[in-house]
Design a protein around this ligand. Structure first.
Ligand code: B12
Ligand code: SF4
Length: 468
């Protein structure tokens, strides 16, 4: 079916009332299974994002898993070195995932596929947040998760009656989620470029509502979780597949610890499996020693924590209630007592930042011996309340620069020049040889040391103009 022949029904909110049974019937009547090409584009940003070994893209794997039940799917991840073909004649549907930092690339691929009269689907956080913009480069935008709108989308693809926007009226329970089929990524040509960490999902959404985050818009204030047995079953599947107990998992959840009872129950069960894991986590319960204890016992070796800032005024303005400054050192102490290393995220460039912010962050990192500090510049992502507020002051609307490593606006209390000078100086200080020793001495000789070594080399070359 050519895109010209498709009936596009504008961007009206579709009714998600196609039953699984009628989709199955329709699929059985298909004479030829349509051919999908699913694409993870590589960003064009100048910084280290998308380089080296990359994590398996769970979002695209989920899209391929669903699509593969009814269609033939070819999987391409440009970040690993796979090449997106110029000629799409072997495919009917080109499905592209996009965040802001690779949106320009995704749009370019979309335009090319549209010109070749293919059905083009754009999904992921950026097309969701800016669906009108994205709709210029595709047949249909899929708003939010594919699972909640799948029956309708799939039957429209089979019938060739595409709508401009697919947006579920309500989110489906996570129990309905299929186990992701990793063979798409693992059997791809350049699979060796994937890190050994296996992405996994237990919960979705986050009711905290930080004004700079896209999650409240995409998933609302809902918080859904999978039954613990399903998560464990997925872990056991990978243990069997790899023939070992100590498999390394990386949780992709927005905020896995939001419901402490669910979180600790899950961890108690994981402790019996003998896996290793890491996660992005908000601080809300980590000041309680028993949470860190069960995390350590269940195999956590690294937690990524968004400390964001050491300035209480900033924490108030970004609405991140979970971050209580008085708990910061307790949280770190609890994790370290259980041999959990910390990847600490710190952001700079807020209106309330001053010279003092940098010194306070340096002192906190060094005194608390944070193993892997990560520094970024405040980036208002399109579609968030923070973006709307900052829009008149933004320096860039080139999505390639939305990688959190670009200077986006002049803060009120410090000049842009001083901001970048301090930002570079802090990174060099924290990653110079002596500081690494001070932070890392006595800690297990593992990949965290290696990361520090790499960061030492990387930060030595840093210059403020890299961030312009
Ligand atoms: C885990 C995570 C990471 C992990 C792993 C990322 C990875 N390999 O995928 C790590 C820590 C490495 C990471 C890094 C970064 N991240 Co991050 N990350 C997340 C997080 C919390 C979850 C992503 C995830 O995998 N969810 C689980 C999957 C299954 O759900 P999903 O992504 O929503 O996918 C569904 C739908 O979107 C849809 N869908 C997706 N694609 C497509 C395509 C088609 C065709 C269709 C039909 C549907 C569809 O169906 C999917 C299945 O349900 C999100 C928050 C979020 N909820 O999106 C931030 C998020 C994506 N990250 C963000 C950022 C900024 C970054 C970094 C730039 C941070 C940094 N400075 O390093 C880097 C960039 C990395 C990169 N190259 O993309 C931002 C992106 C904002 C934006 N507008 O682009 C987010 C949204 C958080 C935020 N601030 O709001 N991240
Ligand atoms: S706590 Fe994290 S996931 Fe939740 S809204 Fe804030 S930044 Fe987003």
């Amino acid at each position: 079916m050519l895109a010209d022949d498709l009936q596009t029904a504008g961007t009206a909110n579709p009714r998600n009332d196609v039953s699984a049974e009628s989709l199955e019937r329709l699929a059985a009547e298909q004479k030829n299974r349509k051919k999908w090409l699913v694409i993870q584009p590589k960003s064009q940003t100048s910084m280290m994002v998308d380089s080296g070994s990359v994590s398996m893209p769970l979002n695209l794997i989920m899209v391929a898993t669903l699509a593969g039940k009814l269609f033939d799917v070819t999987f391409i991840d440009e970040r690993t070195g796979d090449v997106v073909p110029e000629d799409f004649s072997g495919y009917d549907v080109i499905a592209i995932t996009s965040r802001t930092l690779n949106a320009t690339k995704a749009y370019r691929i979309g335009d090319r596929a549209l010109a070749q009269k293919k059905i083009v689907l754009l999904g992921g956080v950026h097309p969701t947040m800016l669906h009108e913009e994205a709709s210029q480069h595709c047949t249909s935008v899929v708003y939010g998760e594919i699972e909640s709108i799948w029956n309708e989308l799939a039957s429209d693809i089979i019938r060739g009656t595409m709508k401009g926007l697919y947006r579920a009226q309500e989110l489906r329970p996570m129990t309905a989620m299929h186990r992701p089929d990793f063979s798409y990524a693992l059997n791809s040509k350049n699979a060796k470029r994937y890190s050994a960490l296996i992405p996994i999902l237990a919960t979705k959404g986050c009711p905290v509502g930080c004004n700079f985050c896209t999650t409240p818009t995409v998933y609302g204030k809902s918080y859904r979780y999978r039954e613990i047995d399903l998560v464990l079953e997925e872990m056991r599947y990978h243990q069997e597949r790899l023939g070992k107990k100590k498999v390394n998992f990386s949780f992709m959840d927005d905020n896995i610890s939001f419901r402490p009872q669910y979180f600790t129950e899950l961890l108690e069960e994981m402790a019996k499996l003998g896996v290793r894991w890491n996660a992005n986590i908000s601080m809300n319960f980590l000041h309680k020693p028993e949470v860190a204890e069960v995390a350590g016992r269940s195999g956590c070796d690294l937690m990524s924590i968004g400390f964001e800032s050491l300035n209480p005024d900033i924490l108030k303005t970004i609405n991140k209630g979970a971050n209580r400054l008085q708990n910061y050192s307790t949280v770190v102490g609890n994790l370290h007592n259980n041999d959990i290393a910390i990847q600490g995220y710190f952001m700079f460039g807020f209106d309330d930042d001053t010279d003092k912010s940098f010194q306070a962050t340096y002192d906190f990192i060094m005194q608390n011996r944070i193993e892997f500090p990560v520094f970024s510049l405040v980036t208002p992502f399109p579609g968030t309340p923070y973006y709307d507020e900052m829009k008149p002051r933004l320096r860039h609307f080139d999505w390639d620069k939305y990688d959190t490593y670009h200077y986006m606006f002049e803060p009120r209390k410090i000049s842009g020049e001083k901001l970048l000078e301090n930002f570079v100086k802090l990174q060099k200080e924290v990653y110079k040889g002596r500081s690494i020793m001070q932070r890392m001495q006595g800690k297990p000789l593992n990949w965290v040391w290696f990361v520090n070594f790499m960061m030492n080399r990387f930060t030595r070359k840093l210059k403020p103009e890299f961030y312009l």
